[in-house]
Each structure stands twice: as C-alpha cells, then as structure tokens.
Design a protein around this ligand. Structure first.
Ligand SMILES: *Cc1c(COP(=O)(O)O)cnc(C)c1O
Length: 415
C-alpha cells in the first residue's frame, strides 16, 4: 500500500470516520492535547485489526514483503523500526513537544547517539562541571580518544559558559538541569541563545525533571535526552533511553545513527517504558509533594548541614527553576554535620528508603554518591562532597518516609 492510498493520512476523511471505532483516525478526532492525555493516547490508538486498547508487544524481527522491495506495511526489519517502539517514540515526541522521538537501549546509548550526530574529530563541547558520571566518562574516556575536546563548566555561571565556548568550533553544549547529585539549576533559554550565537547545539539531559515538569525544546533547546530507566519508566524494572528533537533534519541524522549503530531497545523494554509513561504526571505530582516534605524535614534537622533542593526559596537555583519548571522534582540531597562517616551511617540506617543506586522509581532510594554513583569521578573535576547523601523520594506514604528518615537522623550525636 502506498501512502497515497492510505485512508489514515487523508484529513478530509477524519470526521466521517470518527464514529468508526476500528479506525485509527477515530482516536485522533477525539484525542485532546493535554499532557496526561498525550501520555495515555499519543502513538497508542486502539489496534486497527484486533481493537486491542493496549499497544501490543511485537517480537517479530522481520516483516513480510508482498513483492521484492514492496513491504506490506511500514516495517521491514526491527533494528530499523518496530511497531511497539514506534508507539513509544511517537508518545515521547508528543510529551516533549518535539517532532521526532527516538528510543534507545539505555540512557547512555541515547547520549552516545547525540554525541556521534553533533560532533566530529576536532570539534569542541562544553559540559556541566557536575555532569552525570556516565556522560562525563563518555566524553573523557571515549570521545576524547576520537578527538572531541570538552570543557567542564558550572552551567549556572553564564559568564563562565561564554568564556568557554569557541565560536565556530563548539558544536555542542551539554546541559543537565537539575544536576546530579547537587540539584543545581541552569537557565535553558539563556544557554540556548548563547550556544546558538556561536553555531552550536544545546542538548538537555531532562532525566531528572521529566517532560511533565520541564520541556527543554519549548525553551529553545535543540535536543532533549532521557534515561527512561528513571522517571519515564518509573518502576525500576527497565533500562532505556530517549532522544527528542524539533528539527526533522536533525531527527533524520539521529535516526541514521540509531539504525547504523543499532543500540535499540527490545519490544518488551519499549512497552514497559510506554506503560510507565502513562502514569508519569500523577507519579511526578506525588514525587514532588513528598520531596518537598522531606526537604522541609531536613532543613530543620540538627544533624543536617546543607540541603540541596531547588524548591527551597533560599536555594541559588530557585528563581530559574520556578521560571522553567512546573514543580521542583523528586530528588533531594544533603550533607551531614558529622561528615562522611555520618553520611554512610544514615544510608545504613534507613529501612523504607532502600540503599541502592538509580532513581526515579516509585520506591524511595538512598545512596552515598561519593562511594556509589559517583565513585568513578573521584579525583576528577566532577568529584562530589564525601559527606553528601542523595535521596530519590518515592511515592510511599509520606508519614512512613518522614518516620524512617527521622529515625535514621536522630541520635545525631553519634552521626
Ligand atoms: C541514569 C542517567 C543516565 C544514564 O542512563 P542509563 O539508562 O543508566 O544508561 C544519564 N543521565 C542521567 C541524568 C541519569 O540519571
């Protein structure tokens, strides 16, 4: 079937067909464009053949051709495209208000695809001085060996960024906001203007904020990247990544890299992320409310030295976060007056907050970045404070979370 014969693409038909529940156009006719509606419906029309309301998991690696070079549908081979993955990619593009969405086998595979697309040997990138450790490792240990130079800069200091970019040479400004693990905030719109003025692209790792709280593309960024392992998946049961862009040409170049290098998610993994995304908004509302409670508790507790949470009015990133985010997210980090030993002891004592790496799942997690997630950046410019504890505040009952953390922090004389 050629596209011209395909009745789904005919806009004129859509009203007449809207009462035919079997037709994909029927869904398009009534679907709204609110975030929660897109999360549940974008790319997820009821199956045209069976009427299945939930997108099927398509394990097939290959698709029939009716004659040589005439595929029956839109699919040929599942590395290039798979219907379950297409549903996820369509949904992700809608949630980020972009035009092209691409799903990857992990967050780092997504980062890798952006770097391969944007940078050539001899090019230069600016990265956050507190970048995600795996992203830093990719720049420092992989792409540096292929001749891509990088400069770590605190991105909340626009003058420092201006001094670091090299006109005509800086191809990429890599931004994370809020950052991991110190939750510092940078101004996406200002960074976009700055890097565009020297001919580069702005990529934002939007993992911590999620598209529900922050939409980098609408703020002027060129690329939004996710580890869907975290909030988008939301249940700590899948590893995945995503890239969304507004420029279709850039989307095509990324699609080429995705197919050429092959770091695609399997259909079941794509389906798990798609299922997680449906509840992203309600989960984030609870993550944010619980995190705000926990931040308030920590600020008042005598064992705690400094609380890093952009929702606190005294936080240096608060004004920019309030401008570009719907709410302040579910991550909180803090330092202990008792230093590193106290930080390690608090991580040992909690019961509801589970001691584990990662973040963004429904369950609350606690960790010691210096010895766990950020151990690989020890001795580098990205080293994190030894007395720091990071919380991924989950969606359990807030009373239980407060009790658990309070018990772990009390008796702070021995912390
Ligand atoms: C986890 C994470 C990544 C890497 O994602 P993986 O799915 O583990 O490969 C990238 N950026 C941020 C901010 C992350 O938290």
């Amino acid at each position: 079937m050629t596209r011209a014969d395909d009745p789904v693409t005919s806009v004129d038909d859509s009203v007449a067909r809207a009462d035919d529940p079997q037709h994909p156009a029927a869904t398009a006719a009534w679907a709204g464009d609110g975030f929660e509606t897109l999360a549940i419906h974008a790319g997820q029309e009821p199956d045209a053949v069976t009427g299945a309301v939930v997108v099927p998991i398509h394990p097939s690696s290959t698709f029939v051709q009716d004659a040589v070079g005439v595929p029956r549908g839109a699919y040929e081979y599942a590395r290039s495209a798979n219907p379950t993955r297409t549903a996820l990619e369509t949904c992700l593009a809608a949630l980020e208000a972009g035009t092209v969405g691409l799903a990857f086998a992990s967050g780092l595979a997504a980062v890798d695809a952006v770097l391969r697309t944007a940078c050539r040997p001899g090019d230069h990138a600016v990265i956050p001085s507190d970048a995600y450790g795996g992203t830093y490792r990719l720049f420092a240990r992989v792409f540096a060996e292929w001749g891509v130079e990088y400069t770590p800069v605190p991105l909340d200091d626009l003058e420092a960024v201006r001094a670091a970019v090299r006109p005509g040479h800086t191809r990429l400004l890599w931004c994370e906001t809020p950052t991991n693990p110190l939750l510092s905030i940078s101004d996406i719109a200002a960074l976009a203007d700055l890097v565009h003025s020297v001919g580069g692209l702005l990529a934002v790792d939007n993992t911590f904020a999620t598209p529900y709280l922050q939409q980098p593309l609408t703020l002027g960024a060129d690329v939004s990247v996710h580890s869907t392992t975290k909030y988008l998946g939301g249940h700590s049961d899948v590893i995945g990544g995503a890239v969304v862009v507004s420029d279709p040409g850039l989307g095509e170049r990324l699609r080429f890299i995705q197919n050429a290098t092959g770091a695609v998610p399997g259909p079941f993994d794509a389906w798990l992320v798609l299922r997680g995304a449906k509840t992203l908004a309600v989960r984030m509302d609870r993550h944010c409310a619980n995190a705000r409670h926990i931040a308030d508790l920590l600020v008042r507790h005598p064992a705690v030295a400094v609380v890093h949470y952009p929702g606190l009015p005294g936080n240096p990133g608060h004004p920019v976060a309030a401008k570009q985010m719907r709410d302040f997210g579910g991550m909180v980090s803090f330092t202990l007056r008792g230093g590193q030993d106290a930080a390690v002891e608090v991580c040992r004592r909690t019961r509801v907050f589970t001691l584990a790496e990662s973040l963004g799942g429904v369950e609350s997690l606690i960790e010691h970045p210096g010895r766990m997630t950020h151990a690989s950046v020890a001795g580098s410019p990205l080293e994190v404070p030894a007395d720091l504890v990071r919380l991924s505040v989950g969606i359990e009952s807030i009373d239980d979370l407060v009790d658990d953390l309070t018990k772990a922090l009390d008796d702070h004389q021995d912390l």
